[in-house]
Write a protein that binds this ligand. Structure first.
Ligand SMILES: [Zn+2]
Length: 165
């Protein structure tokens, strides 16, 4: 199992991308700095933040933390990927909504939970163990794969430029 993350309220989109790439990412939208730091320390989660002050406080309190630079989802995902050496693979997606594990299900099990047209058009479905949301590789899947591939490319590009004298 890879590293587990905890993200501050400014990083909702990054939270989803980490989950899509298979990483356990907890997101607390309205938590105080103290709450976030306590959760990071107690839960042994790496705190990801865009708040320099919070970052410093967390490190001082003994939490593992990483300050996220970069604009845009792809840049942010690339910087986390590079720092923690993450393999980014949307085939390993967790539930983007709630962070729980997805399990493959037979069509029969989800009849009535998705539109019948969808049921006919696709063969593979997954259900979230926790919130019950059903997923399939719909029209958005191509965009997801392309975004993740772009993040992988950028994370490699960052490495290259740092290794160049
Ligand atoms: Zn879920």
């Amino acid at each position: 199992m890879g590293p587990q993350f905890l993200l501050d309220g400014m990083l909702g989109a990054l939270t989803r991308w980490l989950r899509i790439c298979g990483y356990d990412a907890e997101y607390l939208r309205n938590a105080s700095d103290e709450e976030l730091i306590r959760k990071a320390v107690d839960g042994e989660r790496i705190l990801l933040t865009r708040d320099r002050l919070l970052y410093r406080k967390a490190v001082r309190a003994g939490a593992e933390a990483f300050f996220i630079e970069g604009d845009g989802d792809i840049e942010k995902l690339a910087s986390v990927s590079r720092r923690f050496n993450l393999e980014l693979d949307p085939e390993k997606s967790r539930c983007p909504q709630c962070d729980a594990t997805l399990v493959a299900v037979e069509k029969e099990a989800i009849e009535g939970k998705v539109p019948s047209r969808t049921l006919e058009a696709y063969d593979e479905f997954w259900i979230c163990e926790s919130c019950g949301k059903v997923y399939w590789k719909g029209s958005h899947w191509k965009n997801i794969v392309e975004t993740v591939e772009e993040a992988v490319k950028r994370s490699l590009a960052i490495c290259d430029s740092e290794n160049t004298l």
